[in-house]
Design a protein around this ligand. Structure first.
Ligand code: HEC
Ligand code: HEC
Length: 332
């Protein structure tokens, strides 16, 4: 990994992108990226061994209350790090009220959850450990520590035992490697004219122009940590207040975080309530100006797109799907 970093010193901007890609976990060939290098927090620097440990913990159901549910139980690689369900049952049997989001590029975000209630990825993971997999970190961490192979790994990585804090840190270091880049669209932008179809190129023009999508889904992430009301909750019996829950600001009622659209084609269904079954349904909803809610964002208006134009936007979004392999790690 280190030697790839030296490439950065040797070449100009395009090469920096390539070198960034090379340094990422799971890179089997040259990766192309428009994304900056991942920044790991000072109190949780990433090492290959820490990332490997996090990968194991992510698929280990022993962290959960029942011993049956791992983080992967709702975030599957082959489903774009989500789970193909509108709403998923938690380890304690109750149903989530919000759809499982993708974990792609979660390390680039600045605020977590659909309503932004977690200020750091580490805080988010601790909350998911307790809520989603119903774990008691004070009970589960010693269970992990009692497994000799894990104890040796924690000693090597952290110089100490598995604790709630070190388990969360390993998981966070791992999730920061869940990068979606190296897509056909990235290759196209870096000069490979044959990487995408003519429809995708026209779709990008629409996305950044007439369709007005890039106002919120701006490149290179095609999503950001800002919140908008797109009209999904208005008229529901128990509307989800979304961002209002956190800020208590009326203007934020019904607003949710703008998801990144990188690799979005893998992650149906869509929206915070999982109400759009297909990518086409989600794109049509957005292009038609969203739902009828007096508090809906002014940036969403009916764009009057033809079916052919909708198809081109979908072709563009499909070209944002990254290519990477993943193997379930074995756990001790
Ligand atoms: C039962 C399904 C389920 C399981 C299991 C699960 N999650 Fe999630 N995850 C969700 C849902 C639902 C949300 C969104 C909740 C919200 O925004 O209110 C979420 C959100 C997240 C986010 C925030 C993403 C973002 O864009 O802000 C991260 C990171 C995450 N989960 C990681 C984990 C980790 C780590 C574990 C294991 C400790 C885990 N999840 C287990 C369903 C699950
Ligand atoms: C006003 C800002 C805004 C504009 C403009 C906008 N979006 Fe969105 N988009 C969002 C937000 C916010 C969400 C999530 C909202 C929710 O679930 O409540 C979203 C969700 C989506 C999703 C679902 C992603 C997922 O993982 O669930 C797709 C697909 C999407 N938008 C595509 C588009 C397209 C295509 C356009 C242009 C026609 C567009 N958006 C315009 C803010 C915007």
């Amino acid at each position: 990994m280190i030697s790839n970093r030296y490439l950065v010193a040797l070449c100009l901007i395009p090469c920096v992108w390539v070198a960034n890609g090379l340094a990422r976990e799971g890179a089997e060939a040259v990766r192309l990226s428009a994304l900056p290098p991942m920044v790991h927090p000072e109190d949780n620097p990433a090492t290959p061994d820490k990332i490997a440990l996090g990968a194991q913990l992510f698929v280990d159901p022993r962290l959960s209350g029942t011993g049956q549910t791992s983080c992967q139980g709702c975030h599957y690689h082959e489903l774009g790090w989500t789970d193909a369900k509108a709403l998923s049952p938690k380890d304690n049997g109750t149903l989530n009220t919000r759809h499982t989001p993708s974990l792609y590029n979660v390390g680039y975000q600045t605020i977590w959850y659909w309503d932004g209630r977690a200020p750091t990825l580490e805080a988010q993971i601790l909350a998911a450990w307790k809520a989603q997999i119903n774990g008691d970190p004070e009970v589960a961490a010693p269970k992990i520590q009692a497994i000799p192979e894990y104890a040796a790994q924690f000693e090597q990585v952290f110089g100490g035992p598995a604790t709630p804090d070190t388990v969360v840190k390993a998981l966070a270091a791992y999730l920061r490697t869940k990068v979606s880049d190296n897509s056909p669209w990235d290759r196209y932008e870096m000069g490979d004219a044959s990487a995408v179809s003519a429809d995708a190129v026209e779709g990008f023009e629409l996305f950044t122009g007439k369709a007005g999508c890039a106002a919120c889904h701006s490149p290179p992430y095609y999503g950001n940590s800002t919140f908008f009301n797109i009209g999904l909750e208005h008229g529901k019996e128990n509307p989800d207040p979304g961002r209002f829950n956190v800020t208590k600001n009326e203007a934020d009622r019904g607003a949710f975080k703008t998801p990144s659209l990188r690799s979005v084609a893998r992650g149906a269904p869509y929206f915070h309530d999982g109400s759009a079954a297909t990518l086409e349904a989600a794109v049509r909803y957005m292009a038609s100006g969203g739902g009828a809610d007096p508090q809906k964002s002014d940036l969403l208006v009916h764009r009057g797109l033809t079916d052919a134009e909708i198809g081109k936007i979908i072709a563009f979004l499909e070209s944002l799907t990254s290519e990477e392999s993943w193997e379930k790690p074995s756990i001790p």
